[in-house]
Design a binder for this molecule. Structure first.
Ligand code: CO8
Length: 260
């Protein structure tokens, strides 16, 4: 996969590393980058060999937000359309059939924080900084921040971050549950890939069904959520990997999953 602003690397064992590589503008998301992300995540979704995706940024930023120079002249209708473009791409990340791990190496501001929120798991380097600075620019979050941040850290904390535009460090992000773990900068990618490989070693379809059950269930009432889980659980029994996983346990050996 050849892109102007993305690097896609095969890290082995079904793990792909996607790096947003627009270092000069701190990986700010303009329409071109968003379109490349869309194409890339669509292809990785369909790629049989890919089991887990790690997403990071080149240089000192994960993503320093949507591109302010592209947004500044927009009309209300154009702002709506730009917001929709970003939201659609982030939805592709969130709904990707493969788990996506954000390795947040530096600034994750505005659209960058929102991109990390559309990933399944966030890991941070000690240098990571998170925030939704939009109200300081005269806009609201526009790539899903008002919706996903409340689900990640609760409405009170999300409202404080959004209303104040405060930028928080990795320790604070860990404290409020925005990230799962913090690592030294030189360890971050290795740890993210290690985590990705652990997930990739499990039954691929079971991980896929678990992801969709969690993502769909979190939007639903508990009864609907339980039905979603029952359906996913039932579907697993139609897979070869369920037969192999349980047979291997009973035979006291490691399973050899075929991802079927
Ligand atoms: N957009 C465009 N360019 C950017 C952005 C950005 N978001 N962030 C940084 N850059 C550029 C700078 O302009 C600078 O360019 P140049 O070298 O040509 O002057 C280059 O990147 C390096 O940046 P700095 O010199 O500012 O680097 P510092 O280390 O001094 O500061 C900061 C780093 C603190 C991250 C600083 O760059 C900053 O505050 N950036 C903006 C952060 C921000 O406000 N992000 C939110 C943007 S709004 C948003 O994301 C909304 C999403 C929803 C949109 C919905 C649309 C309808």
């Amino acid at each position: 996969m050849d892109y102007k602003y993305l690097l896609v690397e095969d890290k082995g064992d079904g793990v792909k590393l996607v790096t947003i590589n627009k270092e000069k503008s701190l990986n700010a998301l303009n329409s071109e980058v968003l379109k490349e992300l869309s194409d890339c995540f669509l292809k990785l979704d369909k790629c049989q060999e890919t089991k887990v995706i790690v997403l990071t940024g080149a240089g000192k930023a994960f993503v320093a937000g949507a591109d302010i120079s592209e947004m500044s002249p927009l009309s209300a209708a154009e702002g709506y359309a730009f917001g929709k473009l970003g939201m659609d791409v982030f939805m592709q990340v969130e709904r990707n059939s493969k788990p996506v791990i954000a390795a947040v190496n530096g600034f994750a501001l505005g659209g960058g924080c929102e991109l990390s929120l559309s990933c399944d798991i966030r890991l941070a380097s000690t240098k990571a900084k998170f925030g939704q600075p939009e109200v300081g620019l005269g806009i609201t979050p526009g790539f899903g921040g008002t919706q996903r941040l409340i689900r990640a850290v609760g409405p009170g904390m999300a409202k404080e971050l959004i209303y104040t535009a405060n930028i928080i460090n990795a320790e604070e992000a860990l404290r409020i549950g925005l990230v799962n773990h913090i690592y030294e900068p030189e360890e971050l990618l290795d740890q993210a890939i290690k985590l990705a490989k652990t997930i990739a070693s499990k039954a691929k379809l079971a991980v896929k069904y678990a992801k969709s059950a969690i993502n769909n269930g979190i939007q639903a009432d508990i009864e609907t959520g339980m039905e979603i889980e029952r359906t996913s659980f039932g579907l697993c029994f139609a897979t070869e990997d369920q037969k192999e996983g349980m047979k291997a346990f009973l035979e006291k050996r490691n399973p050899e999953f075929k991802n079927r």
